[in-house]
Design a binder for this molecule. Structure first.
Ligand code: IMP
Ligand code: MG
Length: 172
């Protein structure tokens, strides 16, 4: 059988969701300086679209974690690219593509907390809350979604499909 991609969220739906998130974040952080910690590579396009609409001065930091192999989580998380600048004393907002089991985020929040941040919140474009294995609730959720394996708009399967402007269900 050949692989199928089935459209789940159009680029228009994604843009509307990103706009709403940016507005809420801009309102909540008005008058503050913000550091976005973007989780590579999946959150790349989401962060680029979001950051340009938040409307408060912000700094961009990137972190790369490794935890996911193919279509199933391995459960162990390691930092493969750390932050460049200090985030001590800063308001930090983690920008994630998708929260699934929550294991990656749980690790990341512990890691960032240990760096002495002033505040720490999470913004994720997609939330598969039905798959959660640890109790983690993102502060900002763009689109709550079902338990489907999604690709596009940064999301990949084995590094493929990230460049697609919409989000699709990957049916192997
Ligand atoms: P978690 O640790 O299980 O929450 O997984 C988080 C990471 O797994 C996400 O940041 C993604 O990189 C990846 N992931 C989870 N679900 C999907 C999916 O449906 N498509 C592509 N990547 C996913
Ligand atoms: Mg990710």
């Amino acid at each position: 059988m050949s692989t199928k991609l089935q459209l789940v969220y159009s680029s228009g739906q994604i843009a509307a969701s990103v706009g709403t998130l940016a507005q809420r974040i801009g309102y909540d952080y008005a008058g503050e300086e913000l550091v976005l910690v973007v989780v590579l590579k999946g959150a790349l396009f989401f962060a680029a679209d979001l950051a340009r609409q938040i409307g408060v001065p912000l700094r961009l930091e990137f972190i790369k974690l490794s935890s996911y192999k193919g279509t199933s989580s391995t459960g162990t998380v390691t930092v493969t690219k750390g932050l460049d600048g200090s985030i001590a004393g800063k308001h930090v907002l983690v920008v994630e593509d998708i929260v699934d089991t929550g294991l990656t985020l749980k690790f990341l929040l512990g890691y960032l907390n240990d760096l002495g941040v002033r505040s720490l919140k999470v913004c994720t474009l997609l939330d598969k809350s039905g798959r959660r294995e640890v109790s983690i609730t993102p502060d900002y959720v763009g689109i709550p979604c079902e338990n489907k394996f999604l690709v596009g708009y940064g999301l990949d399967v084995d590094e493929r499909y990230r460049e697609l402007p919409a989000i699709y269900e990957y049916i192997p």
